[in-house]
Design a protein around this ligand. Structure first.
Ligand code: ADP
Ligand code: ADP
Ligand code: ZN
Length: 214
């Protein structure tokens, strides 16, 4: 099974991808996470990507498509993939089609999370993750059961992304509207797109995704 989760920043892609990983043993392929790891490691890709990410603009298509190809090559062919934050442009969608077919994979579902942009600013500015295991949280919408302790790994350190501020979020949303939303018709033509109400609570969104992939 190979699935794309589509939606603007803060729509809930990462949250839902983490749940699919736990329930179905799929692997989450987040180009955002890969790029942040490259920035942290100080690789050539990271050095090139950092300023672009801080500005909320898109990193070059060639870089992200290469990262996706490498990750798929490192996976067992039997493990399904959830693409989170990729593809984001028409050239990336075209690259993904050949990346998948080269590896004998096909795309089963493209799930779009429909959301209200104004609510997304609150989601993004309240977002943080466990520094140890990466589990996502939110100041208002998803707090750990014990304050200061990660539900998943028991870690006590949390972090926030430098690009999760209101000004950058507005740029990221504009990028989504201009470059990412226009790729939907490609997948519509293949009859594999489903729309979900991303404003529903997290469990309702998860149930809707489960119903699509069942
Ligand atoms: P979000 O959680 O807002 O959806 P991501 O973690 O997916 O954000 O991405 C963070 C940043 O990394 C983006 O603003 C962009 O600069 C870069 N990025 C991530 N994925 C891609 C991609 N597929 N193409 C281009 N840039 C990307
Ligand atoms: P994306 O990966 O699409 O950028 P995230 O999954 O990181 O989005 O979600 C952004 C923030 O909003 C996170 O802090 C997350 O805990 C919270 N969140 C995710 N889904 C929901 C939801 N359905 N209702 C309320 N808050 C949510
Ligand atoms: Zn943790």
């Amino acid at each position: 099974m190979n699935i794309i989760l589509l939606g603007p920043p803060g729509a809930g892609k990462g949250t839902q991808a983490q749940r699919l990983v736990e329930r179905h043993g799929l692997k989450q392929l987040s180009t955002g996470d890969m790029l942040r790891a490259a920035v942290k490691a100080g690789t050539a890709v990271g050095l090139q990507a950092k300023a672009v990410m801080d500005a909320g603009e898109l990193v070059s298509d060639d870089i992200v498509s290469a990262l996706i190809g490498e990750e798929l090559d490192a996976m067992s062919p039997d493990t399904g993939a959830i693409f989170d934050g990729y593809p984001r442009t028409a050239p990336q969608a075209a690259s993904l089609a050949s990346i998948l077919s080269d590896r004998g994979r096909r795309l089963d579902h493209v799930i779009e999370l429909d959301v209200d942009e104004d609510a997304l600013v609150e989601r993004i500015t309240g977002r943080y993750t466990c520094a140890t295991c990466g589990k996502g949280y939110h100041d208002r919408f998803e707090r750990p059961a014990i304050e200061g302790t990660c539900d998943k790994c028991g870690g006590h350190e949390f972090k926030r992304r430098p690009d999760d501020n209101e000004a950058t979020v507005r740029t990221r949303m504009a990028e989504y509207r201009a470059k990412t939303a226009p790729i939907l018709p490609i997948y519509d033509a293949q009859g594999i797109v489903s729309h979900i109400d991303g404003m529903a609570d997290m469990d309702t969104v998860t149930a809707a995704i489960e119903a699509i992939i069942a």
